[in-house]
Design a binder for this molecule. Structure first.
Ligand code: NAD
Length: 492
């Protein structure tokens, strides 16, 4: 099927599709079957500069930022409606481009993207600024203003959602955007830009430059006329983003990075079956390619055998299938490199003495695509490579503990601090453990529930700043004080 799809993957600058100035392109291969689905514009510094200039011109003349918030709201809601109207097309593109099951591409990725854009659109005409409690001889306004040109760099695991978490608050608050999607999943971002234009986002306000990190991402992060860089991706590249921001114009830099989330199940968890289903479902969702995947499972020793028996019974239902089949729950890893990386980690787990309980092999090799069996390791110590490094694949490490403090200190013994979970029916324990866990989000007695209304981001090397919720507006606005002198307020 993928062989017959031919997507336009030229860049989107100043409201039009354009080739890279150099004319260079790279092949976009589908992880579903390894076949080519598009030729993508290979943008470099020249294209980044053209996109930034278009974004700057749009910002300066105010074609977007000067519109009333209620006007921007209407446009963004229409943009969200168009995404839903093109749900099948976008879902197919996403599945072919990065391998996730079609049912989730549509049910999760398309819907969450539209919901996010709609939510920020609806929010923007309900935000008020502040007046400071000054003496009567002054009126001091504390206002939020758009920053200007916002550069956005995103990964491939949830290509549309990761982009939407940044472009929605950035656009809603009046900025212009230059988005660099991952070279591994560039297609839907380009289509989103066309739909935004169709909805009424003026040309030049939302630009997309596909390309490689070093060739297109770095020039964006280093650009002297970009006011803010919002990045989601690995911790390794995230650190470079902060360096590049400092080396250039001290642009505001926000980073949403990796994770190695700890999922702590106590013997008194209220519903063992639910805990098992959520633990297994969340690590294997999106082929394990989720920054917040609960990849370290800490089970209280007294229930570990029972827990594992139930967990292993569920694992076969996550065997990878054809991502285009509506019933498939686990699809293909994004590419050959990621496939090799995950298999290398599985080998490292075995070499370091962890016990392989399930999976551990490549799957569906006859398809030419990149599939890995759902994999479970028991007997993992927190010092092993598979417990310390982010695998970003369907690999679960099981550890055990006897006392709460032991679980918490191991959970916190990680360079990451994105998410965590605690399962217990004891409210005192739940509260105490949740407070002690150094993570941006702590789930209690669930793992997979989420909402656009709550912040998302991490402690420690999981990044700087938060996506989602009204707090995300802080990232894309500057705070201004306007002090108005009132020489002689009329005394009446
Ligand atoms: P990555 O860091 O390799 O790439 C992310 C983006 O950065 C891509 O667009 C890439 O082209 C670009 N890039 C690479 N090198 C660059 C450079 N030198 N300069 C500028 N840009 C560069 O990450 P990935 O493999 O695409 O994504 C997986 C990572 O993303 C995982 O670590 C995952 O945890 C993380 N992630 C985090 C969150 C979160 O919200 N915390 C969400 C999703 C994914």
């Amino acid at each position: 099927m993928s062989a017959s799809v031919n997507y336009d993957a030229r860049a989107f600058i100043a409201g039009a599709r354009v080739d890279a100035r150099s004319g260079a392109r790279f092949d976009c291969l589908s992880p579903v079957d390894g076949k080519k689905i598009a030729e993508v514009a290979r943008c470099d510094a020249g294209d980044v500069d053209a996109a930034v200039q278009a974004a700057r011109a749009a910002f300066e003349d105010g074609r977007w930022r000067k519109l009333a918030p209620a006007h921007r709201k209407r446009v963004l809601i229409k943009f969200a409606d168009l995404i839903i109207a093109h749900a099948d097309e976008l879902a197919l593109m996403e599945t072919l481009d990065m391998g996730k099951p079609i049912q989730y591409a549509k049910g999760v990725d398309v819907n969450s993207t539209a919901n996010c854009i709609r939510w920020y659109g609806e929010a923007v005409d309900k935000l008020y600024d502040e007046i400071a409690p000054t003496p009567r001889t002054a009126l001091a306004l504390i206002t939020r203003e758009p920053m200007g040109v916002v550069g956005v760099i995103v990964p491939w695991n949830y290509p549309m959602i990761m982009a939407a978490w940044k472009i929605a608050p950035a656009l809603a608050s009046g900025n212009s955007v230059v988005l660099k999607p991952s070279e591994k999943s560039p297609l839907t971002a380009l289509r989103l830009a066309e739909l935004a234009l169709q909805a009424g986002v003026p040309a030049g306000v939302f630009n997309v430059i596909p390309g490689y990190g070093a060739e297109a991402g770095s020039p964006l992060a280093l650009h002297m006329d970009v006011d803010c860089i919002a990045f989601t991706g690995s911790t390794k590249v995230g650190k470079l983003i902060h360096v590049m921001a400092g080396q250039s114009n001290l642009k505001r830099a926000w980073t949403e990075l990796g994770g190695k989330s700890a999922n702590i199940v106590f013997a008194d968890c209220p519903d063992l079956d639910k805990a098992v289903a959520a633990s297994i479902g969340s690590i294997f969702f999106n082929q394990g390619e989720s920054c917040n995947a609960p990849s370290r499972l800490f089970v209280e020793a007294s229930i570990k055998d029972r827990f594992l028996e139930k967990a292993l019974a569920l694992v076969p239902s996550y065997m990878p299938g054809d991502p285009l089949d509506k019933k498939t729950v686990m699809g293909a890893l994004v590419d050959k490199t990621q496939h090799e990386t995950v298999l290398r980690y599985i080998e490292a787990g075995q070499k370091e003495g962890a016990k392989l309980l399930a999976g551990g092999q490549a799957a569906r090799v006859e398809t030419g695509g990149y599939y890995v069996q759902p994999t479970v390791f028991d007997g993992v110590s927190n010092q092993m490579t598979i417990a310390r490094e982010e695998i970003f694949g369907p690999v679960l490490s099981v550890l055990s503990f006897k006392e709460a403090h032991e679980a918490v200190s191991q959970a916190n013994d990680s360079v990451y601090g994105l998410q965590a979970a605690v399962w217990t029916r004891d409210i005192n324990k739940a509260h105490g453990v949740a407070r002690a866990l150094r993570a941006g989000t702590v789930h209690v007695n669930q793992y997979d529930e989420d909402d656009i209304t709550v912040p998302f981001g991490g402690y420690k090397q999981s990044g700087v700043g938060r996506d989602k919720s009204l707090h995300a507006f802080d990232k894309y606005t500057e705070m201004k004080t306007t002090w108005l002198r009132i020489d002689s307020p009329l005394d009446v």
